[in-house]
Design a binder for this molecule. Structure first.
Ligand SMILES: Cc1cc2nc3c(=O)[nH]c(=O)nc-3n(C[C@H](O)[C@H](O)[C@H](O)COP(=O)(O)O)c2cc1C
Length: 513
């Protein structure tokens, strides 16, 4: 056969394939058309057969493409592109300077302006953060000079390579890693960093067969040198009044073993600790765990109704300073979660911009500010927000999502689906392939170091030799008229919180004397 014959046969086949493909597409469209007009659950598909389906496709794709094509630099939620880009560059340790001018609207209410000093601290006199000791009355107190640490994210909510990268990165940077409520995995320990063991409402990792706190298990954990402190989780900013939620598809055999639950079934923690129903119970539990472990013990909560904290202060005054929690971790209503109901995420609890000044003032007025260290988390992922938190009285700042960005998170908002495209919140091995724990550990460490350096830079600009010297007197906040006022005076003038609180705290003390 000649070449032209072969070409003719090939063309005939291509023609047949093409016509068959067109036929199949037309057939599929006819089937879809009849499926759409004959169903009664989707109005749009019934009224606009076939075309209506594109709406679902575009809605899905919009989640991914909005951030690239449409959202402005300061517009996206939960984190805008300007802040995320700062974190990405800090994690890659590349130049984080910008040119021409700020894209931030400095007249927008709530904008923070630090008060620079006429004579900044010279570089040769500048200091890094000083160490702070937690649990002075414990057998084994803990000292840390790390102002920026990794907030609780359970193994289960996040993947094995993510935990490995965080643990190795924390060790390199010298900060702590909170285990989150899913128990202790070998991956938390692997990097050799300091760990805070979180006791969630289901008490994963420290419970007996009936779900009660198991002292032997507590002792076993406390005997690990790496575990420095224990944190009782009362509530989480993203879902106050709701326990941990790990969807069934994320409960792998290993996650199930570490938690002590069946694999492949959703892991839903109780709303609250069944054995903590009052401030008395809370203090009893703190003291019990501290006695058993010999290590500092505190609790994590998001503030809503606040009188219970005033009661707690009263109870501490009755029992004595030794009985106090060693730290309080304050979470923000706009905090993150692996999975949470939208009404709780959007509308329950107070953000830390309100609750942190309230809490630190309460503790100060009650004479407990030195005894009880304050750790705070909630969208504090950039240097100015960490500096704000220190200026507002926090001793330490924690971040979860800041470190997720350092791991490569692109804010795809799929943590609850096991489909995270960056391998951070999925147990799908294929999706985890791109997350190299060795490389990402460097990014975690670089991010932590660059935050610390940049907060120190703000402090030095304010004429202070180190970040822990920052106070409210170094900050102005822009008001509704576009002009800034001292942060301190704004809070003193807000009868809603600090002044009332000051009164309450004084009353609390007066009651006892
Ligand atoms: C994926 C994910 C998992 C989390 N898991 C826990 C957890 O197990 N325990 C907890 O107390 N908080 C958990 N959190 C909340 C964070 O620890 C933190 O308090 C909150 O996200 C605020 O910090 P951020 O704004 O820096 O993320 C989780 C957050 C995320 C995003």
């Amino acid at each position: 056969m000649t070449d032209s014959h072969w070409a003719l046969i090939l063309l005939t086949w291509l023609e047949v394939i093409f016509i068959t493909a067109i036929g199949l597409v037309l057939l599929a469209l006819v089937i879809i058309y009849f499926a759409d007009v004959n169903q009664s659950t989707h109005t749009i598909r019934k009224n606009y057969p076939i075309l209506g389906r594109f709406r679902y496709l575009f809605e899905h794709l919009g989640e991914f493409f909005r951030q690239y094509f449409f959202a402005l630099d300061r517009e996206e939620m939960p984190f805008n592109r300007a802040d995320r880009s700062w974190v990405y560059r800090a994690a890659k340790n590349v130049d984080n300077n910008i040119g021409f001018g700020s894209t931030l609207d400095l007249t927008k209410p709530g904008t923070l302006l630090f008060l620079n000093a006429a004579f900044p601290v010279q570089e040769k006199d500048a200091l890094m953060p000083s160490p702070v000791t937690l649990g002075p009355f414990c057998k084994t107190p803990y000292s840390s000079n790390s102002i920026f640490n990794i907030s609780g994210m359970s193994y289960g909510a996040i993947s094995k390579p993510a935990v490995l990268a965080l643990s190795r990165g924390a060790a390199k940077a010298g900060c702590w890693l909170n285990t989150g409520e899913g128990g202790l995995s070998p991956y938390h320990l692997e990097g050799g960093c300091d760990l805070v063991f979180q006791i969630g409402t289901a008490k994963y990792g420290v419970r007996d067969l009936h779900g009660n706190l198991n002292d032997e298990r507590l002792q076993e954990l406390a005997s690990k040198q790496q575990i420095k402190m224990f944190e009782i989780k009362l509530s989480q900013g993203a879902k106050p009044g709701k326990g941990g939620i790990l969807p069934a598809e994320k409960v792998s055999a290993e996650v199930a073993k570490i938690r002590g639950i069946p694999a492949g079934q959703a892991s839903i923690s109780p709303n609250g600790h069944t054995d903590i129903n009052s401030v008395t119970d809370l203090l009893d539990m703190i003291n019990h765990i501290r006695d058993v472990t010999g290590k500092p013990v505190g609790f994590k909560a998001v503030l809503g109704e606040k009188n219970w904290l005033v009661e707690l202060v009263r109870e501490i005054r009755v029992r004595g300073l030794e009985a106090a929690p060693d730290f309080i971790t304050l979470d923000s209503s706009d905090g993150g979660s692996g999975a949470a109901p939208q009404p709780l995420m959007d509308h329950v609890g107070l953000p830390v911009k309100e609750s942190l000044p309230w809490l630190t003032l309460l503790l100060r007025e009650a004479g407990l500010k030195d005894r009880i260290k304050v750790v705070v988390a909630g969208k504090l992922i950039t240097p100015h927000m960490v500096a704000w938190a220190l200026a507002s009285g926090a001793d330490f700042v924690n971040s979860a999502r800041g470190f997720m960005f350092a791991l490569g998170c692109i804010q795809a908002l799929q943590c609850h689906k096991n489909t995270c495209p960056t391998g951070i919140t999925t147990h799908n091995a294929k999706l985890q392939k791109g997350l190299d724990p060795t490389d990402k550990a460097e990014r975690v460490a670089a991010y932590q170091r660059n935050i610390t350096r940049s907060v120190a830079m703000i402090a030095h600009s304010c004429g202070l030799s180190e970040p822990r010297q920052l106070g409210k007197e170094h900050l102005h906040i822009v008001g509704a008229d576009g002009f800034s006022t001292p942060l301190d005076s704004m809070f003193m003038a807000t009868s809603r919180t600090p002044l009332n609180n000051q009164q309450i705290a004084s009353d609390a003390l007066a009651d006892k004397h």
